[in-house]
Design a binder for this molecule. Structure first.
Ligand code: AMP
Length: 599
């Protein structure tokens, strides 16, 4: 038996919500529906957005309202136009198979006459934002004398937005006998006061712990210098190729500046702030919902009521002035039982704020380090190869072009083609990230000074501890090197003993390895101007801001050939031997792509 039927929801509604993908009730629905269905109690539900609140009060309303009558019996008040439209739409969807259900959405910024006309035609459920509702009441255009249920949704948000008095005035228009159902993500004393003033012995329910954030949200922070903030932000975004995020800023100006910079840098981003007309706002939101935008840059106020599912990341480009707002921000991700990350870019002085937020949400933040350039490149490359692997092929459409494509590629091996496809993106990223510095504030000092918690990193630093330097080489496991092969290659090229080489950390397309400080020059010299399978070999100090691996002179024209893991050939021609084959990083930098790319 369908669990919603068990809860007391009628077949018609269960059929409609099954079509919407509701199979089992969410925790708030499971707990609230039986209580609300009695229609006898006032109710306070502490629940975050995205937990299924709308159905928790919406489904009972559909059972309790008499749809043969055409006067308002339920009023739902909510803070924003977006939420208002969403709730009205959801209620209509749940009621798809019930006859004569009339729901009206009443909100500011839209033509009032249409709304008045709908009210005149007869409605049972009014979903409204407080300002417009009062306007309509002021025109004597609605009769609330038969209202039996008032829902205050996102009560804390409504109070934050200064609707306290409007709510009082609206409630005074409704009969004393009505039942009030209040939902709120947090329970500040102002909300508590509403419960005390307007409710009698309300039934209280909490989903999750009081005042805590959604358990499915991870909270991360990154400590960066103010001047590196934008670069660090971009790097984090690049590290998550599938990101679908909302970026919070403190001011309108900041949202605009960041959105403009991102667009200039080739990202799909736009800003949402108070200066936009309703039409512009709707347009931005539509693009975001349709996923034509990958990043939505917003202020706290503008983002209120945004309820887009599947937001993977909330990014606090700036922490909110009011720490309480953090809960609202982070609640935009991890909706409907999904997981999400809320990350914050802070400077060292803002750690205190993080600690205060931790107290409010009852959860610890994890300290993260801004990814190194090489990590971002690898992540992007792997994402791209995954995309190529999973692409939908329209056989019919591509068919006519295949012969000429095949012909133009016929002299290339499968390996060559793969490399070329990968290089299309790879070169772009590598160019951008070439010489990109480590953007983490050197946290070690502060860690010990201020007792800051968090992980430490021994990689990515210019010099590894204990007399070793950590180097990067652009050969890795995709070249089918084992660690032993790599050790052999390094020793052979640099003419050093295996004892001089420390940890070898093989990655997909590159490898980090440690070499005794005294031998570093030999490694650079040894690999200078060399090739592996026709690819220039590049060695850099890991995290080197000046781009390591530059040629540092040679010691004569040795030429070596060596088998790599895959049987590829390693070629060591020196420039001064007259047989230089590899591209130097410096030369490559001079040939950056000219077309507008993501960078
Ligand atoms: P809400 O908190 O009401 O905004 O709901 C968040 C999202 O979860 C919406 O997209 C709902 O359609 C979805 N949802 C709510 N209840 C359920 C359920 N029982 N099963 C699956 N999805 C649900």
């Amino acid at each position: 038996m369908n669990p919603f039927l068990d809860l007391g929801i009628r077949h018609e509604v269960v059929n409609a919500i099954t079509e919407m993908g509701f199979e089992t009730p969410s925790p708030i629905q499971e707990k609230a529906i039986p209580v609300l269905l009695t229609g006898n109690d006032d109710f306070v539900g502490l629940a975050q957005t995205g937990t299924g609140k709308t159905a928790a009060f919406g489904l009972p309303l559909l059972e309790l309202i008499d749809f043969t009558q055409k006067h308002p019996q339920a009023l739902v008040l909510c803070p924003t136009r977006e939420l208002c439209l969403q709730i009205a739409k959801d209620l209509e969807k749940y009621a798809k198979y019930i006859d004569n259900v009339h729901v009206v959405a009443v909100y500011g910024g839209a033509n009032i006459s249409d709304q008045l006309r709908q009210i005149r035609r007869g409605v049972q459920i009014v979903v409204a934002t407080p300002g417009r509702m009062l306007d309509i009441i002021g025109r004597n255009a609605i009769d609330f004398s038969n209202v039996k249920y008032v829902v205050l949704d996102e009560a804390d948000e409504m109070l934050n937005m200064g609707f306290q008095e409007d709510i009082n005035n609206i409630l005074s228009e409704t009969p004393d006998t009505k039942k009030t159902w209040l939902f709120s993500a947090t329970m500040p004393k102002e909300v508590r006061r509403i419960a005390q003033n307007y409710m009698t012995n309300p039934h209280e329910l909490t989903v999750g712990t009081k005042n805590t954030g959604n358990a499915n949200i991870e909270h991360h922070y990154y400590v960066v210098k103010a001047r590196d903030k934008y670069a660090a932000f971009k790097r984090i975004v690049d590290f998550y190729p599938e990101i679908f995020g909302i970026v919070f800023c403190r001011t309108k100006i900041e949202t605009q500046e960041i959105a403009e910079a991102l667009v200039r840098d080739g990202y799909n981003a736009d800003s949402l702030h108070g200066d936009l007309s309703q039409q512009q706002r709707d347009k931005v939101m539509k693009r975001y919902r349709d996923r034509s935008l990958q990043l939505l840059i917003a202020t706290d106020v503008a983002a209120r009521g945004i309820d887009v599912n599947d937001v993977t990341h909330v990014i606090n480009f700036s922490l909110p002035d009011e720490v309480e707002n953090y809960t609202h921000r982070s609640g935009r991700t991890a909706r409907a039982g999904k997981t999400g990350v809320s990350l914050s870019l802070i400077n060292g002085k803002e750690l205190g704020k993080i600690r205060r937020i931790e107290k409010i949400i009852g959860k610890s933040f994890e300290k993260k380090l801004v990814p190194q350039a090489s990590e971002v490149v690898e992540k992007q490359l792997l994402a791209m190869t995954e995309k190529i692997r999973n692409v939908d092929i329209n056989e019919e459409r591509i068919e006519p072009y295949l012969p000429s494509i095949m012909e133009s590629m016929q002299d290339l091996s499968k390996e060559d083609i793969i490399k070329r496809f990968a290089s299309l993106e790879f070169t772009r990223f590598l160019d951008y990230y070439q010489n990109a510095p480590d953007l983490n504030v050197d946290a070690r000092e502060r860690d010990s000074d201020r007792g800051e918690r968090g992980e430490r990193r021994d990689r990515g630093s210019r010099t590894a501890s204990n007399g070793y330097t950590r180097l990067f080489i652009n050969l890795g496991s995709v070249d089918e090197f084992s660690r032993g092969d790599m050790l052999g290659l390094i020793c052979d090229a640099a003419n050093i003993s295996g004892k001089s080489v420390g940890k070898i950390d093989m990655k997909g397309v590159f490898t980090f390895f440690e070499v005794q400080d005294a031998e570093v020059k030999k490694v650079f010299d040894g690999f200078q101007g060399t090739e592996y399978n026709g690819r220039a070999v590049r060695v850099e100090v890991s995290g080197d801001e000046n781009g390591g691996g530059r040629s540092r002179g040679g010691d004569g024209g040795r030429r070596r050939e060596r088998k790599g893991g895959s049987g590829g050939s390693f070629r060591g021609d020196r420039r001064d031997s007259g047989g230089f084959r590899g591209e130097r990083s410096g030369e490559r930098a001079g040939r950056r792509q000219t077309s507008r790319s993501r960078y």
